[in-house]
Design a protein around this ligand. Sequence first.
Ligand SMILES: Cc1cc2nc3c(=O)[nH]c(=O)nc-3n(C[C@H](O)[C@H](O)[C@H](O)COP(=O)(O)OP(=O)(O)OC[C@H]3O[C@@H](n4cnc5c(N)ncnc54)[C@H](O)[C@@H]3O)c2cc1C
Length: 408
Amino acid sequence: MTIDFSFPPEIEELRLKVRDFMATVVRPVEEKAEGNAWERKDWVQAIIEMRGQAKEWDLWLPHMPKEWGGMGLGPTAMASVSAEAARTGIGSFVLNCQAPDEGNMHTLLHWGTEDQNERYLRPLCEGTARSCFAMTEPEVAGSDPTLIQTRGYQDGDEWVLNGHKWFISGARGARFAILIARTEDDPDIPQAANSAFLVDLPSDGWEVVRDIETMSGGHNHCEIRIEDLRVPAANMLGGRGQGHLLGQARLGPARLAHCMRWLGQAETALEMMIDRSLNRYAHGSLLAEKQGIQWMIADSTMELYQSKLMVLHAAYRIEQGLPFKTEVSMAKHFVANSLWRIIDRAIQVHGALGYSEDTPLSGMLKQARWSRFADGADEVHQMTIARGAIASWKDTGAVKLATGDLPL
Ligand SMILES: Cc1cc2nc3c(=O)[nH]c(=O)nc-3n(C[C@H](O)[C@H](O)[C@H](O)COP(=O)(O)OP(=O)(O)OC[C@H]3O[C@@H](n4cnc5c(N)ncnc54)[C@H](O)[C@@H]3O)c2cc1C
């Protein structure tokens, strides 16, 4: 038997160290900020200090190779770090492994030239710059990148870009964007119409129209107008028409990184649910002693367990260089939906308190809602999963390949 569900001792030690860092360094700052209605400048100062501490604790840039100043962790080890970091609101940012920079760093590492990486990847790794990824457009379905309308044409040594984007996370204050635009009129396959560009920000022709107000407030997800934006030809990332390959290489691991953070949120919600049920008394017994409440705890526990297994297995497949597309789709769909259900049950067990803003649960629920369509809507992942299952059956007469290719 070679199945081993334990981390090597050094990774388990690291997991506990991240937990300790979040509890002793990050959480107290978040509590102070909540109690004192901090302004942006207070946050900036606190984050600089916490990032300094993350470096002192040797927890900086966990997902990047050592030659880029990172810790060189693979996807399975990252699952433990990201889940622990997500037990706080800004833990991932403090360690410099937050979305969308984390995905952009992987993208640059994979696709960037030496020059591009010195200019764009280096400052991200050093934590002196932030970035954004600009693909989705209000006029067409973000689920289908072949519909992208932002266009680029070459003019000498430059590309000229025109279009409209929205929900571009982190755009305000970003030092650069990875922008996806249609450059090919007659591609061999519809997916090969788009290219990616590195856009220095701020730039003439890149206008941040607004920070879109969402159901959980404004979180720097911006609408962008692009008008005659000029980008040097040397700033194309990857080759012409390779935008879809770049997106795929980025989105698999980036989607899983989201799932890792959601595990931390789901676990926090389950712990809160249990804690509340052990302290609330009604109709002759504690809530924890009532079967109706135990079912909610049981369902949430099972879903968290399944989520952890799916994330770890998908991370394992990425680490081993095995195909991972359907496993990541299954994990993304399952964890996103479990997250929503677990937080919702935690709110139910808290009663009116859960509905109030006195606990983090209401904010967590509102945040959790976007997980079901950002980075691939549920139905699009279901389409991928079903296609995989049908192909597996047709090609092999079995569905083993589509169910994680497990030895069962
Ligand atoms: C908080 C947040 C942050 C984001 N950050 C970024 C970012 O940084 N950069 C970026 O480029 N984008 C970002 N997005 C956009 C996100 O990637 C898109 O919302 C997503 O790709 C879906 O596109 P859409 O919103 O246009 O929905 P649409 O594509 O219009 O889909 C709407 C709905 O249609 C259904 N649907 C779509 N296709 C199918 C199908 N084949 N079968 C059945 N049903 C289907 C699904 O229910 C789907 O939810 C962000 C979104 C949010 C909410």
